[in-house]
Design a protein around this ligand. Structure first.
Ligand code: UDP
Length: 345
């Protein structure tokens, strides 16, 4: 289990879907939290209940800029990056920068403070996998020039940086490869399959099924993921990963449509749309490493997790057009690297 000692912890991307749940959990456990987010795909609403908490500090900042934290820092969870294809493809150059410069800024801070750093990597580093299911030993099958590459290659390079900082500066690192995760606080306009189908079903609008819906994913409920992240962070120093964290229950995407229609009682029809380019055909984690090293296994099954997620959207979704506050920020104007102040290294 997590260390009982109160710690100083930085969560980058702390106002996002996973990051805000992690902040809640760590504050509840007595830790002091610095939450850094540029609010590009994170939202102040996710952390509003924490804003006046004496052990919580919000820093509105882009992770591409050097990070300064006063005082000691024991742990850094690096979750800062738009994670849904719709959001990360909106400003692909910004996504690469966030993955790579963000990881480097986190690691520089870890060197300076002597912190342990956990990288939120992703199943996307396996690309459209030719090995199924995917163990951590698989090097992946990524199209380096396609529209998903900004995220896939960015996250792969971030993993490289983490391991190089471990080799060169002896930073204690942890790399989690996170598979599809869902739950309350997903954005209704995230473009992801679970949030799209739930929002569409609740509005009795057509469910947009891409391709024939036979492509598979394995969906992990957010609470299970948080448990895995914390166990990995607090695992012995020689456990660096990479470590898959995901629910191994693999389902075709069309099955998600069926479950959502069942659970909402919606009258929505299914509308077939073209499959996006480079959309992985199958994805399922091998989680033997997490089971063996962390004693971790997801406990929330898809029915129960979907129920909780549907309940959340039923309560929080405005009935009319998309909530303006929840719409993604307009694409950032990309500033050429040469125009930015560069940190010598
Ligand atoms: N998908 C779909 N309808 C939607 C959104 C997504 O059929 O409205 C499909 C998408 O093509 C992919 C799967 O659902 O095969 C998961 O997509 P998501 O964007 O949630 O995650 P990722 O592709 O990153 O795993």
């Amino acid at each position: 289990m997590a260390s009982a000692k109160p710690m100083h912890i930085l969560v980058t991307g702390g106002a996002g879907f996973i990051g805000s749940h992690l902040c809640d959990r760590l504050v509840q456990k007595g830790h002091r939290i610095f939450c850094l987010d540029n609010l590009q795909s994170g939202h102040r609403a996710n952390i509003r209940p924490l804003l006046n908490h004496p052990r919580f500090e919000f820093i509105e900042q882009d992770i591409c800029d050097p990070i300064e934290i006063r005082g000691p820092l024991d742990r850094i969870y690096n979750l800062a990056c738009p994670a849904s294809p719709r959001h990360y493809q909106r400003d692909p150059i910004g996504t690469v920068r966030t993955c790579v410069l963000g990881a480097q800024n986190v690691l520089e801070l870890a060197v300076q403070k002597g912190s342990r750093a956990l990288q939120a990597s992703t199943s996307e580093i396996y690309g459209d996998p030719e090995v199924h299911p995917q163990p951590e030993s698989y090097f992946g099958h990524v199209n380096p020039t396609g529209p998903r590459a900004c995220y896939d290659e960015g996250k792969r390079c971030a993993e490289t940086l983490f391991f190089d900082y471990q080799r060169i500066y002896d930073v204690p690192i942890k790399v989690a490869r996170i598979f599809n995760t869902y739950g309350p606080r997903m954005l209704e306009n995230d473009g992801r399959v679970v949030s799209n189908f739930i929002v569409q079903a609740l509005r009795n609008e057509p469910l947009t099924l891409y391709g024939d819906g036979s492509q598979t994913r394995s969906f992990c409920y957010v609470d299970d993921l948080l448990e895995g992240l914390e166990l990995l962070m607090e695992s012995p120093r020689d456990v660096s990963g990479p470590c898959n964290l995901g629910n191994p229950h693999e389902v075709p995407v069309r099955e998600i449509a069926r479950l959502v229609l069942d659970q909402t009682g919606s009258r929505s029809p299914i509308e077939f749309r073209p499959l996006p380019q480079d959309d992985p055909k199958r994805r399922q984690p091998v989680i033997g490493r997490a089971q063996h090293l962390l004693g971790w296994f997801p406990r929330v099954d898809l029915q129960r997790g979907l129920r909780a997620t549907i309940d959340y959207f039923s309560l929080h979704m405005p009935s009319g057009p998309l909530d303006r506050a929840n719409q993604p920020a307009p694409a950032r104007v990309h500033v050429r690297a040469s125009a930015r102040s560069q940190r010598p290294h």
